[in-house]
Write a protein of this length. Sequence first.
Length: 105
Amino acid sequence: MPERILAAVILSLLLLSGAQAEPVEDKRASELRHLLVQECGSCHGLTMRGGLGPALTPEALEDRHDIGLKAIILHGVPGTAMPGWERFLTEEEAAWLVDLLREGL
């Protein structure tokens, strides 16, 4: 059942989202980097090489689609420790984080 929910979320994002992340303001970019290192890093490792959660390095994300990654950031993964961040992030900010992860920290 959770797979169906995640699939529906990914499909809706495919239909509604653009391909490129919108630029974020410098102050917000700094806040998002801090969020990524401190909040995401608490499970994925401060260097994003994995921990409780999987690695989020560019190599680990090579075969993952941006829209699916954005959906996971925004909506979490049911039945796991991965929370959704939709209350705190816009779709554009989630896409910006995906771009940042693809570049590497």
